[in-house]
Design a protein around this ligand. Structure first.
Ligand code: AMP
Ligand code: MG
Length: 422
């Protein structure tokens, strides 16, 4: 049975989260590898990406229309001589080298604005008559032109080490010709589920046995967060075998246990970790689901299984399936992201209007499975009916969690509530 601190010493959600973040910033990411740009999406960048030339490399027109001098439009309508047509990608020799007063060049979106022109008027405000164009609207200097280097100067830092490569980052890397990117290798995360009642999913469960779902939800979350899961065999509630498997799991970059951290007589995880000289940063947090969550590390030492690194971090997540999922998101994810080389980011929630009233007991910050619905600006959110933190079926119907502050007993329909997407 786990040794528990007094209730007063159990950290709030925010305190526990900060304890994790404090550790996460101290982690050093692992090795790097080079990957094709196509395979780099969602990976973590391990090299800075610089602008190989000015962006844009020429003053770029953002409209189809006429490049001209703004001063020529002081009196309207103005009639100008059309001296050229400039298309996107136009051969530089064919672009007028200098435009003077009274002249205009027909220009397309993405084409270079000729020297001497200082504005582009949209084609909608013009009428073409042979070699002349009549312009009916004025323009300010610089209108519809992005100057050379306005987005970035040659050599400027575009993407920093630790960036998760999303669509915009991939586009930016492509725009500077990076067909290969150096990224961090995915950290290896060991998953160890515990419990005498838990059976592998390819076995027929006895009447009181439960199939192992936690190893699979965790493996999915680990992959999604950028890690590589290794699922260990199920550990029984028996100290010797449990210790053997924990020792094996501690060889990975991170060990995530599920089950066996509550107050039951056969909850042995903490005791076995304590025998391995573990240091606990918290054992429990004022949240629901997931109150018994444990975070700590086993230091490197002759009497511990940790040899190759200064310490091995672990999380003991409560075994109730929804608790496992929620506590992974809240606490294990930032640690895993740091091991993956990602720059730290703060947890932020969206807000939506509550569809129907919530009543809970005070004292714990709650993350309750919910459905966010509605469209455009009219999203609303509602709890799913559930049987508590063992109810995987209800959670599978949910697309988010409503975050209920610990001091709220009742939240009325129509109030704004914080929402964590899943
Ligand atoms: P524990 O945290 O060990 O007290 O377990 C709490 C509840 O979660 C019990 O009902 C367990 O049967 C259930 N549980 C524990 N581990 C798993 C697992 N790997 N898959 C599904 N349910 C689990
Ligand atoms: Mg158990």
């Amino acid at each position: 049975m786990a040794v528990r601190p007094e209730d007063g010493t159990i950290p709030s959600f925010e305190e526990a989260r900060h304890l994790v973040e404090e550790r996460a910033v101290q982690l050093l990411p692992g090795q790097t590898e080079s990957v094709d740009l196509l395979g780099a999406a969602a990976r973590i960048l391990a090299e800075p990406v610089l602008a190989d030339r000015d962006i844009p490399p020429f003053p770029r027109s953002t409209r189809d229309g006429y490049a001209l001098r703004a001063e020529d439009l002081e009196r309207l309508p103005a009639t100008l001589d059309v001296i050229a047509e400039v298309r996107a990608g136009q051969n530089p020799e064919e672009i007028p080298s200098q435009m003077t007063r009274g002249q205009a060049a027909s220009i397309m979106t993405g084409a270079p604005v000729p020297m001497g022109a200082d504005a582009v008027v949209m084609v909608e405000y013009t009428t073409r008559q042979g070699d002349r164009v009549e312009v009916t609207r004025g323009a300010s200097i610089g209108e519809n032109i992005v100057p050379t280097g306005a987005e970035a100067r040659q050599g400027a830092l575009l993407l920093t080490v630790g960036t998760r490569l999303n669509d915009a980052a991939i586009a930016l890397a492509a725009s500077v010709g990076k067909s290969q990117l150096k990224v961090y290798r995915r950290p290896r995360v060991a998953v160890l589920t515990t419990g005498d009642e838990i059976v592998a999913i390819d076995r027929a469960p006895g009447p009181t046995q439960i199939r192992n779902s936690n190893s699979y939800s965790l493996a999915a979350q680990i992959q999604q967060a950028g890690g590589e899961p290794t699922v260990l065999p199920i550990a029984p509630d028996e100290p010797q075998r449990l210790r053997q498997l924990i020792e094996e799991g501690l060889q990975s970059d991170l060990l995530i246990l599920t089950g066996g951290v509550s107050m039951g007589r056969y909850d042995l995880v903490e005791q076995v970790l304590a025998d391995l000289r573990a240091e606990f940063f918290f054992t429990g947090a004022k949240i629901q689901p997931g109150r018994p969550v444990v975070f700590g590390r086993v230091p490197c030492g002759a009497d511990t299984p940790v040899r190759q690194k200064p310490a091995a971090y672990f999380f003991g997540l409560p075994g109730n399936p929804v608790s496992t999922m929620v506590t992974f998101e809240l606490f294990a994810r930032p640690m895993l992201e740091a091991l993956a080389g990602m720059s730290p980011r703060k947890l932020a929630f969206l807000h939506a209007r509550l569809k129907s009233e919530i009543r809970v007991k005070t004292g714990l910050k709650r993350f309750l499975p919910a459905v966010l619905s509605g469209e455009f600006e009219n999203s609303e959110v509602e709890l799913v009916a559930w049987q508590g933190s063992g109810d995987i079926a209800a959670t599978a119907r949910a697309n988010c969690y409503i975050v209920v502050p610990p001091d709220r007993e009742r939240i009325a329909a129509g109030e704004w509530v914080a929402v964590m997407m899943r």
